[in-house]
Design a protein around this ligand. Sequence first.
Ligand code: 5GP
Length: 243
Amino acid sequence: MAGEKLYEGKAKIIYTTDDPAVLLTYFKDDATAFNAQKRGQIADKGKINCAISTYLFQRLESAGIATHWLETVSDREMRVKALSIIPLEVVVRNVAAGSLCRQTGLPLGQVLLPPLVEFYYKNDDMGDPLLTPDRMRVMNVATDEQIATLRRQAEQINHILTKFFASCAITLVDFKLEFGLDHQQTIVLGDEISPDTCRLWDQATEDETQRVMDKDRFRQDLGQVEQAYQRVLERVMAQSPQH
Ligand code: 5GP
């Protein structure tokens, strides 16, 4: 049962529960982009992202990745382990897009082998700046050992998710992960994995607009946003053993 509202973010609300080790995450339909300068709603996004995240967290758990997911209790709510959040956004890139193209001039669609693993400071007021290992060290945001573990886990997660999305005829272009520490100081994957946090391109078409199945449809006003999220869900669920 949901307790007090602990935190309301752009896409989710976190509630306490009777158990201090457990929190309840509620997935909203609200969508924001460009550090909340653009705001809107995507119909049923909360339900879709809750279902996709549930499926992917379970898949990662069975591959040996520790995640915060415990149980999905309604179509918008999951019970998760309470974590002390590491204020980093870990971004993995298999194909150049988004800020990488803007900041480096690399062409959209250039394959990145090996994939890039990048660390951004999770701080809206500063616009989530890109960090370097030296900056992370002086900021004391994570130890060198933790950074090495985050990198290794991000690479493992990328390996699992890239293969999975390929089986859905979707290219996993890039994605953002957030991690936290549990009571034993173990690094655990948190947040969500969904079309809000991943770039996903439909392998059925090379058209630069039509192929987009993720939040870029909202960011760039490409239209058919709900339909794209729904199509990702359908393809993910088609891989599910329950279906
Ligand atoms: P970029 O740095 O190109 O804007 O984003 C890289 C990837 O990380 C994209 O898949 C993007 O959706 C995800 N990402 C980066 N920062 C954020 C963020 O603050 N919120 C969300 N939802 N996704 C992010």
